[in-house]
Structure formats: structure tokens, C-alpha cells
Design a binder for this molecule. Structure first.
Ligand SMILES: Cc1cc2nc3c(=O)[nH]c(=O)nc-3n(C[C@H](O)[C@H](O)[C@H](O)COP(=O)(O)OP(=O)(O)OC[C@H]3O[C@@H](n4cnc5c(N)ncnc54)[C@H](O)[C@@H]3O)c2cc1C
Length: 306
């Protein structure tokens, strides 16, 4: 398993009433959609000390749903309304989200080290509720992680002072990261999946998507879907998710899905997964149900260990 070797600082744990002496969280939940929320609520009821990562907008998928008509207990509800209900429930339960993207997890004897932006969090168990994510990104992206491919502008941006980089920006909320990278790098080739308002002298907006990262031992270029190539020194992929096997090496996958058993256990001891990331059907009810199953299994696992 890869060690976390970065210019990261260890995050001081937030002590909770239920778990004052610990220097390590009971659970790190990665993902703030219905699966993550369901798990967080149950773990909270069981007084577990959790650190929960996601975006404050919770689930983009839920937000985009026009009408949800098949969720038990609710009549027809819009995705926005449901996300607002989720937010309210979080608040009532006193749950807090760490608005950070997890880019790497490694396992050691005591548990897991979770890298989010440039901070490390320690946890005894990990629950992946990261939604459905394409398995590998673009061609050669996975192969060049750490050798010019990065998912975190704050962590790695400084490496590209005066250099040329390509940036894939998957959502408007990452634009401040693009602007930050443009301050550091000399030249930026930017592809966005939406109409970007970025207008900076050293940023060239690409009309076609990126198809492949070029280079053998380090990033040397980028190829677009129309065959155009650019020489670059680094490539940043700013997405709302990172492929599971990229985050946690040796995680068993079945295509784009994390392999789990009925208890939501993965092949890595102490690592659980729930929701869309474990497979179809992609449904809120399934995500909530699996989040609940995973939380109960985690409670059991922690008590067996103690
Ligand atoms: C247009 C549309 C309509 C839909 N309509 C319905 C419907 O009517 N009924 C229904 O049941 N389902 C519907 N769905 C499906 C439903 O939205 C999903 O099944 C559900 O949201 C899955 O929940 P999840 O928690 O597994 O994942 P998601 O909701 O995808 O949440 C994943 C979360 O993980 C976060 N995340 C991912 N990677 C990281 C990382 N590395 N670090 C930190 N956070 C991370 C994301 O930001 C997000 O917060 C619809 C989906 C879409 C797109």
C-alpha cells in the first residue's frame, strides 16, 4: 500500500464528548450523498467519532433530479427539496461536513491515513460513499498519478511555477482552483464541462475534451479528441470524484464498481463501501439502505476490535 508522502500536515483530531482520549477517528466517511448521510446519521446515534468528507452542496445527482417519485415516505419531491431536507437533518443531528476532496487513502497497522486537500486524517475504518465514478479517467491518467497527474491544486500547484499545465475542470465550483493554478503556471490549457467565464491572459480554453495524457515516466503532453497535441509539464483533473482504485490501491473492483459483500465490506479489512459506487441500481433508496448496513457493520467491527 502506498504511504502518504506529501507536503501534508497531520490534522489535529476534533475531540468529541463520546471519545475524548482518541487520537484517531472511528470512521472516515468519504462522500456526502444519500449513502454517506445515512451512514453518518446511524454512526452518530452510536456515538462514533466520525470525520465526514464531501461538498457542502451534498449530492449533485440528487440536486439535479427534477422529480423523485419512488422514495418511500415522501410524495413526489424535487431533488433540491430532498437535498434541503438532508441538510436540515444533518443540522438537527449536529453533523458537520469537512468540505474537502479525498485524493488518497493508505492503510497501516492502526487503520487508515486519509489525505484530503493537503491534510492527513487518521481513522480506524473508512466508508466509501463516493457515488458512481468512471473507472479510470482518460487514457494514461492513472499511470501518471504522482508523475505529473494531480487531483489537487492546493497540494501540487506550487510544483508548476513558470511551467505549462493542462487543467480539466468538471464543475464551476472548482474555478477558484483554476485561477490559483493560473497565478502559478506560465501557461494553462483549460477544458471545462460547462460554459466557463474564466478570461485570463495565460489561460487558453480548449474546445475539445482531453483524450489522453502523454508521456511514459512523467507527463509530457496532452491529446484532445480531435488529435491535437500540446506539450505540458503537468495535468490537473478537478472533478467531484476520483476513481476508487485511484484513491485506495488494491481495492477490488468490478469494472467501475467496488466489490462488496452483503455487509458492505470490501476486500480491504476495515474499508466499507455503500451506494452507487458499489453498483446498480443507481437509486437513493439503495444508497440509503447500504449506508445504514455499512454503519451497523462498522459499529460491530469497531466493538470486536476494542
Ligand atoms: C438526473 C438524475 C435523476 C435521478 N432520479 C432519481 C430518482 O428519481 N430516484 C432515485 O432513487 N434515484 C435517482 N437518481 C439516482 C440518485 O441520485 C443516486 O442513486 C444517489 O444520489 C446515489 O447516492 P450516493 O450517496 O451513492 O452517491 P452520490 O449521490 O453520487 O454522492 C456521492 C458524494 O460523494 C462525494 N465524493 C465523491 N468523491 C469524493 C472524494 N474523493 N472526496 C470527497 N467527496 C467525494 C460527491 O461530491 C458526493 O457528495 C437520479 C440521478 C440523476 C443524475
Amino acid at each position: 500500500m502506498n504511504e502518504l508522502k506529501i507536503n501534508a500536515k497531520l490534522n489535529p483530531i476534533v475531540e468529541s464528548e463520546s471519545n475524548k482520549k482518541t487520537d484517531i477517528y472511528d470512521v472516515a466517511i468519504i462522500g456526502a450523498g444519500p449513502a454517506g448521510l445515512s451512514a453518518a446519521l446511524t454512526l452518530n446515534v452510536h456515538n462514533k467519532n466520525i470525520v465526514w468528507f464531501g461538498t457542502n452542496s451534498l449530492s449533485d445527482k440528487v440536486e439535479k433530479s427534477e422529480k423523485i417519485a419512488n422514495y418511500a415516505g415522501l410524495d413526489v419531491v424535487s431533488g433540491k427539496e430532498l437535498n434541503n431536507k438532508f441538510r436540515k437533518q444533518m443540522k438537527t443531528a449536529g453533523l458537520e461536513l469537512t468540505d474537502k476532496m479525498v485524493t488518497q487513502i493508505s492503510k497501516n497497522k492502526k487503520g487508515f491515513m486519509v489525505l484530503a486537500d493537503n491534510e492527513i486524517y487518521k481513522a480506524k475504518t473508512v466508508l466509501l460513499t463516493i457515488g458512481a465514478v468512471p473507472s479510470k479517467g482518460i487514457t494514461n491518467e492513472q499511470e501518471l498519478i504522482g508523475r505529473g497527474v494531480s487531483y489537487c491544486a492546493t497540494c501540487d500547484g506550487f510544483l508548476y511555477k513558470g511551467k505549462t499545465i493542462a487543467v480539466f475542470c468538471g464543475a464551476q465550483r472548482y474555478e477558484h482552483e483554476v485561477e490559483y493554478l493560473a497565478e502559478i503556471a506560465d501557461e494553462v490549457y483549460l477544458y471545462t464541462t460547462y460554459d466557463s467565464k474564466i478570461n485570463l491572459p495565460n489561460v487558453e480554453i480548449l474546445k475539445k475534451p482531453m483524450k489522453a495524457v502523454l508521456g511514459e515516466n512523467k507527463v509530457q503532453g496532452i491529446e484532445l479528441t480531435d488529435g491535437t497535441r500540446f506539450d505540458i509539464d503537468g495535468a490537473f483533473f478537478l472533478r467531484s470524484s476520483v476513481a476508487p482504485a485511484t484513491i485506495l490501491k488494491k481495492l477490488e473492483m468490478d469494472g467501475a464498481h467496488i466489490v462488496v459483500n452483503r455487509n458492505c465490506e470490501t476486500n480491504i479489512e476495515g474499508c466499507f463501501a455503500a451506494g452507487d459506487c458499489t453498483g446498480r441500481p443507481y437509486q437513493i433508496a439503495k444508497a440509503v439502505g447500504e449506508g445504514n448496513v455499512a454503519a451497523h457493520k462498522i459499529v460491530e467491527y469497531l466493538s470486536e476490535k476494542e
